[in-house]
Write a protein that binds this ligand. Structure first.
Ligand code: TXA
Ligand code: MG
Length: 326
């Protein structure tokens, strides 16, 4: 049995593990990733095993600058270049035709590769030390909610990886927005930490959005039952307090003031407010932690209020919809 992975903020030690072909959980501004040397197929295979991830689900590779990561694309369309300049480092992943150096295992045999430059000081310092890109899916068992703290990673994967690099809680809290260019059309494949409106404002035109799953989804973040915390979740426009709810029901709200967490000792419900001030960024930061807490608390029912369908609200509603899918 491997020893449980140490949780540490030692960037040099993390780099040594990656150079040796081992698995390291790394902090990013979006969520924690389960990283390995993307050019080492044995190391990459270890990611799929550790996550129980089907190998038809390709990985994102990461480096510290646009220049260092774009080497792994064989072609960079003009709009991709503009997005890279505007949003890297940041919560954006670009899917581009792959360079030969990228192993097929990373891309699940696709002719394209997903590239990202994370905006996290610890991740960037680590990547600066490495002469290879790091392949990193979110550091959770396949189908589960992504981790936004080192503790989340440790809770589920501690005996399945070699090292957990602690960079504190993730600032964005939602996975990156994935953009591809099929047939030259700029297309969002996954709503995420970079709002679609922000992308459209930069490009000066609307983009296509194609985030619905199929049996062999291009981005399995799109599988409808993904991000599942294991509770029965009902997504509603407004919570009607007068309705009859089973004892132990939890509400997830947004805005309206009050406390972030309110437990009614003898009452029916526990209320989690993603952001009492109605701040979508704060709601995104808290979303996955709240879903994890709910999974542990085993409420018979979780009633969630849909957020405004704008900015980060679109990505949050997407994750809630998938969490509610059964
Ligand atoms: O924020 C993030 O993107 C985090 C951090 C760690 O960077 N990573 C992440 O990875 O969310 P993961 O593996 O959980 O989600 C990556 C998504 C998958 O749904 C995968 O299908 C899609 O990216 N993807 C990867 N390569 C692709 C490609 N060539 N074409 C289309 N989709 C691709
Ligand atoms: Mg994931």
């Amino acid at each position: 049995m491997p020893l449980p992975a140490p949780v540490s903020s030692d960037i040099n030690a993390a780099a040594d593990h990656l150079r040796a072909g081992r698995l390291v959980a790394i902090p990013t501004e979006t969520v924690y990733g389960l990283g390995a040397n993307a050019l080492n197929e044995t190391a990459v295979a270890g990611i799929f095993t550790a996550k129980n991830r089907p190998n038809f689900d390709p990985l994102i590779i990461h480096q510290s600058t646009a220049e260092r990561i774009l080497r792994y694309a064989s072609e960079v369309p003009d709009e991709a270049r503009r997005l890279a300049e505007a949003f890297w480092p940041g919560p954006l992943t670009l899917v581009l035709p792959k360079a030969d150096a990228v192993p097929d295992l990373v891309t699940s045999g696709l002719p394209t590769v997903a590239l990202r430059v994370p905006d996290h000081p610890v991740a960037r310092a680590l990547l600066e030390l490495l002469d290879f890109p790091v392949a990193a899916p979110s550091a959770n068992p396949f189908g589960f909610v992504s981790p936004t703290t080192a503790q989340h990673v440790a809770n589920q994967l501690v005996d399945r990886l070699d090292f957990i690099l602690d960079g504190g809680p993730c600032r964005v809290g939602l996975e990156s927005t994935i953009v591809a260019f099929p047939g030259g059309v700029t297309t969002v494949l996954r709503k995420g930490g970079l709002p679609i409106e922000t992308i459209e404002a930069t490009l000066g035109h609307p983009v296509a959005v194609r985030t619905h799953g199929s049996s062999r989804p291009e981005a399995p973040g799109m599988l409808s039952k993904h991000y599942s915390p294991g509770n029965i979740i009902r997504l509603v426009d407004t919570i009607e307090e007068t309705e009859d709810y089973p004892v132990g029901t939890a509400f997830i709200r947004f805005g309206g003031g009050g406390a972030r967490v309110q437990r009614k000792e003898l009452g029916l419900v526990t209320t989690y407010n993603l952001s009492p001030d109605g701040d979508l960024g704060e709601a995104a930061q808290h979303l996955f932690s709240v879903l994890r807490t709910l999974a542990v608390e085993q409420h018979p029912l979780v009633v969630v209020e849909r957020l405004p369908e704008t900015g980060l609200g679109r990505a949050i509603n997407d994750r809630l919809k998938r969490a509610a899918a059964r």
